[in-house]
Design a protein around this ligand. Sequence first.
Ligand code: F6P
Length: 366
Amino acid sequence: MKRVLVATSGGDCPGLNAVIRGVVKRAAQEGDWEVLGSIQAYNGILWEPTEVKVLDEAAVAGIHYRGGTIIETTNKGGPFAWPVYNKHLGQWEYVDRSDEMIRKLQYMGVEAVISIGGDGSQRISQQLQSQGLDIVGVPKTIDNDLSATDFTFGFQTAVQIATDAVDKLVTTAASHNRTFILEVMGRNTGWIALHAAIAGGADVCLIPEIPYDLNIVLDKLKKRYNSKGRGSAIIVVAEGALPKDGTVHAAAATEVGYENVRLGGIAYDLSRQLKAAGFEPDIRETVLGHIQRGGVPIAYDRVLATQFGVKAFEYVLEGKFGHMVSYRHPDIIAVPFEEAVGQCNYVRADSDIVKAARGCGISFGD
Ligand code: F6P
């Protein structure tokens, strides 16, 4: 029996289970392959004793519509930065256990690894491949920020969730004559915000790629109200959006008690800035957060994820290692790690989708 190991790493993403199922079902057709799942990315291999799950057809039955990942995930630890507590110095240190992990995998009879993860995970894949481990990468992120692939699975589900939120906010905003600020994820890109703003019919969309001017946002909002103060407005803001004046949002977000801020919290800051600039209507903020990553993947993401899983296993059969599966409409192709990693897919300010948004009246505050 030949063995292939699957690992999911980084943040979870709707469609991960559909990728796993695609790998397992395609492998089962060969008859002489066993699929193993490492628990919590590569931690399952690095732990003593190891924790891996045999993924046969029974184990993956019906998981294509389940959110999360049945083999868990983490963005902590990993083969290149394994945390070890140094008692003498009283601090954590990070050690490289990559060679040891590769030897363990060889000992387990693992011939190849399918690594499902975002840019950081694929950098790790590239490094492990250069050290002799045969890897096929599968791109994963709700942010759609990887340029090697037209779309990442999970993105359309996140957009749907954000759009549903806009739809709900529209009715409460109109009833109360309020302005709502909906903050969505996306890391340093505005894909989720842009798509949800168009699909939901928002008035303002703020994204990192187009720095905004608060006064322009203010003007747009004022036009949404009549002289009696009747009206409403919806702003969709990406967590990484930036004002032209370079204000840092995270500090302000912490002030209002939004803990654990990395990129998020801009909704509160923007709200305060609008009030300080004299905007009178009520403003409410909604930070959608991890709701965008949870739950059932929509059909589009299940299909893309399944295609990725099946193709990733076929690359294992062909010995096409050191590549990431990628979607280039209408095909799934192999992109070498060196071309795939570190290439962020930003929204282009002059793209047709931004023009379409402007064309239907959405302001980017620029
Ligand atoms: O990359 C996916 C993502 O959900 C980003 O949109 C967000 O900034 C980040 O992960 C949140 O990470 P965590 O789960 O560590 O809070």
